[in-house]
Design a protein around this ligand. Sequence first.
Ligand code: NBG
Length: 845
Amino acid sequence: MTISPQVAAPASYGDAQRTGLTANDLFDGVTEHLFFSQGASTTAPTDHDLYMALSYAVRDRLMARHLAYKDLQRQHPAKSVAYLSAEFLIGPQLGNNLLMLGIREEAQEALARFGVSSLDRILAVEEEPGLGNGGLGRLAACYVESLASLEIPATGYGIRYEFGIFDQLIENGWQVEITDKWLKGGWPWEVVYPYKSCRVGFGGSTRTYHDRDGRLRVCWEPAEQALGIPHDVPVLGYGVNTCGRLRLWRAVATESFDFRAFNSGDYHAAVEDKVNSETLSKVLYPNDGTDAGRRLRLKQQHFFVSCSLQDMLRNLLERGIPIQEFEHHWAVQLNDTHPAIAVAELMRLLVDEHQLDWDQAWGITTRSLAYTNHTLLPEALECWGLALFASLLPRHLQIIYELNARFLQQVRLRYPGRDDILSRVSLIDERGGKAVRMAHLAALGSHHINGVAALHSELVQRDLFPDFAALWPEKFTNVTNGVTPRRWVALANPPLAALLSEQLGQAWPTQPQRWHELELLASDSTFLERWAGCKLAAKRQLTNLIAERNGLLVDPTSLFDVQVKRIHEYKRQHLNALQIVARYLRIKKGLTQGMVPRTVVFAGKAAPGYYLAKLIIRLINGIADVVNNDPDCKDLLKVVFLADFNVKLAEQVYPAADLSEQISTAGLEASGTGNMKFMMNGALTLGTLDGANVEILEQVGADHFELFGLTTDQVAAWRASGYRPWEVLQGSPVLQEVVELLYSGQFSEGDGGLFAPLLDGLSHSDPFFVLADFEAYLQAQQRIDGRWQDQRGWRHSSLMNTARSGFFSSDRSIQDYAERVWKVDPMPVELACSLSEQSTQHLSS
Ligand code: NBG
């Protein structure tokens, strides 16, 4: 059912200076905000002043839409999605919001009146909030955008970290981490709602009592408490008036100042509670797999989950809806196990605070929650030691024990005498030091469990949760990831966006099924020329950036071969590095026949505690140093490591890629989403049969994809029968030569031992089958050279990649979740006429 009533908006919504979308209106809005919000001169504003003032002016426009949306929701209580995620990597906001409103040119014109000739210069001022590590956080950002674009009521709930993911510098080839102070210049995109704060407890003890009806109840008396204050970031949909939001919680002390301590002269103690509470939302944990057992991380998870669930319950009560109807109003999605404590916390809120019966509460919980798994890597499946858990969340542990007892009883009935199954599925891991298994808790408490690509979802059932899948096959499903074509093409790649608008019409960003029409142009030489022209324009831009940042001149007509993502052994950047060394050796020997000029670009952060990943960065930079300074390589090979990969940089990189490196060990990359961004921008994939690569290959066809490497089953079989990487090494003269050269110190200023931890690991255990896939990878790279020599064929394939990438729009993923998992409908927002007239002129749908 779709509701589309007209919303009567308050008169101020129609105030052109605040909501109008013409260049004049924007100019007035910027002027006003320069003056009254920034306290800055309107005659000589700085770029920062202009960035802030324009952002506030744009935010006014979002607010008008957001409030209309809230009004509508109040009047028509439709089911809403609560997307719970410890990370939202939303990227810069100003450019994106101008795109969503369709007012980029108007903004440019308004700025011109302040003497600013380029909007990009002002956009560059924005400090992006690094509130995520990588793919998982960026996926959450694409999803809230698609939710708004599809007009589905939704809130993304998360944490407003004061310090996000670290900034990366490269010094002497090594990664150096710098604190990310994204808030230092002020951040204009959030609205704070102090009176909507929620109280969250930790530690303490529980006691039982009898309620008025004589029923036994439990009361938790926490030892400490913190307040969560919501900071809302509006999230506007594309070409629609729906403006959802992120609600990010910042922690503060319940009492910020202890007068008793102050009066007795202990100034430090007077603010101690405040300092302690605020550390809760101080910093994002880098996902280095070594953080298991960290107390603060569990506190963060409980903090944001509790605030969010309380907020949802309060929202029902405010609207006069009984909480028994929770499941009809909220579809709560757990983005990985980070928010899995929601299962116990929702039970606690319903049973202890709202006095529901256990069974009723459990019914509501399991009909409201759903869980997405994002990785099979064991180190990322969260487990919390019992002692730690009990000391922080004593009541939750009781609830988990009770849930577990009831659950195991069911399993016992189903499989009498099978203690092995009981111990495998239990919420408590009893091998070694006991621990709470958060993935099991999430699985037990959810009505759906999904992986993020077809292959991954299969492995989730087969390898990760085989017993759960046997118990409840109906719970398991797949929702393949997607990315938003708005940010990743329309915003990031203006030349391509213009060409697509011309061919497919203005509405292409929301009509991915129409991208197939491009296929009709695949043999049109003139069009292919223009296609190639777009790519070249993006490559020139990246060439300039490389010159600026790395002081290196690369040839924009060379093949841009790109691997950008977090640095991890399973993603195998070192496989790529070994291949580059092999190529270098060929050049040194003059064996360059069939070799095409390449620029290999890397970017990505390594978790600070992950030594081998940092060594891989050092290796790439060591190779770059040698290769880029060797005159023999001059026209054939350049290697670039771009520091500090983030959303802003990503927007420059994806459009410029000819080749997308997706070379993870089969079975280990849950999905990948960079692979989709490359594809949309017309890059060919060189990849293994892993994650969403499988579906990319399926969509685009084998002619336009370069496949190589062992399959998941082959890796497993080889591992089972005993994989001996040293034998692979002995059997490959090329590999031997490469490894010898690396041990020689040529890429490490004579320090032959520098890369030993990496190289020794490869030849002795090679857990990610780098050596096993090396020869196949080398050959695939040679096939790529061959393809590149046929430029017409390459352009054709490039076009096919974009044309067939529609499946990977996050709109498709969200539609899929909405229909099959959340059972939610769109709720279009229509604005009062003054606004809607402006909108229809400007929005491109
Ligand atoms: C990551 C996977 C990627 C996947 C993203 C988004 C985690 C835990 N998982 O393959 O490694 O694309 O999630 O689903 O960050």
